[in-house]
Design a binder for this molecule. Sequence first.
Ligand code: SF4
Length: 256
Amino acid sequence: MKPAQIEEMFRRFQAHNPDPRGELQFINPFTLLVAVVLSAQATDASVNKATEPLFKIVQTPAEMVALGEERLRPYIRTIGLFNTKAKNVIRLSEILLAQHGGEVPKQREVLETLPGVGRKTANVVLNIAFGEATIAVDTHIFRVGNRTGLAPGKTPREVEDRLEKVVPPAYKLHAHHWLILHGRYVCKALKPDCPRCLINDLCQFKGKLLAVDPVAPTSPKSLAKKGKSENAKGSGKAKGKPSPKRARLKKKKGPA
Ligand code: SF4
């Protein structure tokens, strides 16, 4: 993608959703850190379901340590890998208490030393809790970066480094959320909603479908509301025979 196209892409994201938010629920930097650790290979919705009652009684590292691993487990047992995650959450709470005065550190290299915290988790915490212009590359951003031609890369780190270079500074703070929401609700892995995509004309994905109405594209935000119920039920169109164009798109799946 050319710089002017990238600028236009983010201009449109911003126009449609000026204040994008993540979907994980949290109260403070510590509960955000816990929620992000729990969200590895799990959906935000499943994490929110577990943390809603948990965060009513635990909001600090001291309270988490007092709760203990045994009593933490039942709260998070619906989340994948909950045994390992329970261990990590208790251990990282102990470290925050012993070495960081009970605060979540603001330095990436320190965050990454905590159990269960990798580069992606550190990027999310730095971005959301501390307002740093980091871009955590998850499966959605990896796909969107590659498909659209915005930031091609073979690994999440390659995509992240590319995004660092090409995203205009004015859009960096919110780029993470715009791209995640776009990948989650519009540029979906199996059925990207190209005909209603906000950036259809800018996207370089060879298998994309044409926009049905380029002057009235649908934003990720509105699709987020609408898409959930439609996905659950399956729209009439989705149930029918796929159009030849859609069948062609299915065969040409982009990198996920
Ligand atoms: S046009 Fe299709 S492939 Fe390209 S970004 Fe939009 S939804 Fe994704």
